[in-house]
Structure formats: C-alpha cells, structure tokens
Design a protein around this ligand. Sequence first.
Ligand code: B16
Ligand code: MG
Length: 214
Amino acid sequence: NIKGCIFDLDGVVVDTAKYHFLAWKKLGQELGFDFTEQDNERLKGVSRMRSLDILLEIGGLSLTEEEKVAAATKKNEWYLEYIKQMKPEEILPGVLDFFKSLKEAGIKIALGSASKNAVLILNILDIKGYFDVIVDGNSVSKAKPDPEVFLQGAEKLGLTAEECVVFEDAEAGVEAAKNGGMRCVGIGEPAVLSKADVVVDGFNAFTIENLKQL
Ligand code: B16
Ligand code: MG
C-alpha cells in the first residue's frame, strides 16, 4: 500500500541538468579544458563539491581546498543566473498532473534532492506548495547512493520505507532508494537505471494506476 512518493528534483521534476552542465563547462573553460555533455552524466545526482572533484579529475587538475571552494562558488553563481530565468513551462511533461492525482488520492509528496538550491527552484517554478516534506542538500550529510536523503523523507512524512516510492533519474539515486528498501521508478534510460523496479521516460507514461501496480 503506497502512502508517499518521494521525488528527486533535477531530471525528474525539471531539467536543470542542462544548466548545471553550462555552468560546469564554463568553469572548465576558465580552468583551460573542455567538459563534454557525456562527462556531465557523471555529475547527475552528485553533490556540488563531489561534482567539482570529478570535473578536476577529468581536466587533470588539482586545486587547494581554498581554490576549490572559490571555484564551486563561482560555478554556483553562474548556475543561479541560469535558473533565475527558468519558467514554470520548464516543469517536465506530466509532472503537475501526476502531483494533482497524488493529492486527490491522499498520497503524500516529498522532495529528496542533493541540491542546495532545491527550495529556490521550487519557488521559481511555483510548485513548493505541492510538497508535504522537503529534504535537500542542506539537510543531508551522506550523498546518494547512501539512502539518507530518502529515509529522512519517509521519516518526515511519518511513513515506513515500504510505504514509499522514489522517482529518480540518476543511477546513484536509484541505488539510494533500493539501499533504503524503497520501490523505485527510474525516469530515463533502462540501460542506466536497471536497478529500478520500472523505468519510464517521463510522467506522460506513468499514472497513478501504474503506481498502484508496483
Ligand atoms: P547544487 P538532484 C543534484 O540534484 C543534481 O543532479 C546534481 O547534478 C547537482 O550537482 C546536485 O544536485 C547539487 O546541486 O549545486 O544545486 O547544490 O538530482 O539530487 O535533485
Ligand atoms: Mg536527479
């Protein structure tokens, strides 16, 4: 019996990955190397500082702790410039209808995101009101695939892991859900998200009827 749905943000509710990519690419350019869209796949669901470490590894560079903080801050400022321009039209197809049908069915909604900008993004998109609970990069200490973010979400909803379903677009996020003992719907490529219980390419292909059959 499903009583709660926990949503990842980037790549599930909205495609902010492209803005993360543009900002990381700009940082790479400034540091003197190219950063490709394929490289960017490795950053999905990964925290800001861990993403920077991966970027530097790709560029073959090492920075001091102080330089790293400055670089991550710069990247985030560029990223914020992009997301401030976002419009509610950028909410991924089918998401709002799915939220509405969950509300009607009395199923709780939580956010489980690695992003420290999550609340800002929900406000820009004007969808914060749908969420009963928000767990983001400011409240978790262990990154996905550690299940902490989703377990906190379930706990704050007052539900057990078995009563919750997680929606994720990143491999590490699917692993986090499964590590937490939750059912997981992968949003994206079946080959990448093979550990999910089911994989769909978006909410136009997933309704509350599908949810009940999990
Ligand atoms: P920020 P999610 C993650 O969000 C992104 O997928 C990942 O690319 C990003 O580095 C991370 O948030 C941290 O974001 O720099 O805004 O704190 O997919 O867990 O919603
Ligand atoms: Mg994601």
